[in-house]
Ligand binder design. Structure first.
Ligand code: SAM
Length: 302
């Protein structure tokens, strides 16, 4: 069983606390990779899952799941992560290939292997921000595979609840050049004030022409869905109580904040993309995904 570490102390690695959620997403990406109608390919994902004692016996193919696609965790929830991965892959690559964006910043990067698996244009640098312990685990696994990144890659071990802008600058980030930012599966683990600070910091560090995508949960009361199949199966099958890891506070309207900071933002449900791609989760009763929104923003004014 996992999930026994303190919920967000800032020191836990992938073995417990919020760090273990990075393994959950990696397992979902592994399953997605091996689907015949895959929405995203991540050949590294199953290596992370196998390397950590917390997840070594989790499935990495849907065929290893007794009830297959009807399993709420490894069926529907994993497909959600697969869809999210594919959509955000497209967003980042579009930003890098369309214009002059050459800096990619992954906030709460976890076991995101985009630096290794996406075809970046020449001259790109990927900054990965997460806790030291998570980044160290990731490096050990990737080194063991002799994996080579497809862009320059810099890790920035820091706590995103604190002031992280200095650490990013020290790592070589250039505020004069446009950038693309991603906060995938991160903001609901941060206090509301830290989210507002983070969005403000991203904006301050972003030159005109920059882009940002992030995920939020807009539920008024997260506990409303405590008995939903996604939460209960995640708790029962792998011992992760997501509701215990999320911060239960009224969330800020970060998309509105961005509009006031010179960005134009559009807010989507994941189901919009399910319909677009013809596969992925659709709404269901007592749905833990009901409040999830994916926000895409572009900085259009200085
Ligand atoms: C659900 S995982 C998502 C990882 C990655 N973005 C992905 O989608 O694969 C959440 C990640 O956020 C990181 N995280 C949570 N709170 C953090 C904090 N205060 N500072 C830095 N990283 C944090 C965790 O360590 C974990 O790797």
């Amino acid at each position: 069983m996992v999930g026994t570490a303190p919920r967000n102390t800032g020191t836990e690695g992938v073995q417990g606390g919020v760090g273990v959620t990075a393994l959950l997403v990696a397992a979902a990406r592994a399953i997605e990779t091996h689907r015949h109608d895959s929405l995203a390919q991540d050949a590294y994902a199953e290596h992370f899952v196998r390397a950590a004692p917390a997840s070594a016996d989790w499935p990495v193919r849907i065929q290893q799941v007794l009830d297959g696609d009807t399993n709420p965790l490894w069926g529907r929830f994993a497909r959600y992560f697969g869809l999210r991965t594919g959509v955000l892959d497209d967003f980042l690559l579009k930003a890098a290939h369309a214009g002059s964006v050459r800096q990619i910043v992954l906030l709460g990067a976890g076991l995101d292997s985009r630096a290794y698996r996406l075809d970046w244009p020449p001259g790109c640098v990927v900054f990965e921000i997460d806790r030291d312990e998570v980044l160290t685990f990731k490096r050990t696994v990737l080194d063991g595979l002799s994996a080579a990144p497809k862009a320059a890659r810099t890790t920035v071990p820091t706590d995103l609840r604190a002031d992280w802008a200095g650490a990013l600058a020290d790592a070589g980030f250039d505020t004069r050049a446009p950038s693309v930012w991603l906060a995938e599966g991160l903001l609901f683990y941060l206090p509301a004030a830290a989210e507002t600070r983070l969005i403000g910091t991203v904006s301050r560090l972003s030159a005109e022409g920059s882009a940002l995508a992030y995920e939020v949960k807009l539920d008024k009361d997260l506990m409303e869905y405590r008995d939903s199949p996604l939460y209960t199966s995640t708790r029962h099958q792998i011992g992760i109580d997501l509701l215990d890891l999320f911060v239960h506070e009224p969330r800020p309207d970060s998309a509105a904040d961005l509009e006031g900071l010179g960005w134009s933002a559009s807010v989507h449900t994941p189901f919009d993309f399910t319909r677009l791609h013809g596969r992925g989760p659709l709404p269901e009763p007592n749905d833990a995904l009901a409040g999830n929104r994916w926000v895409f923003a572009n900085k259009t004014r200085p």
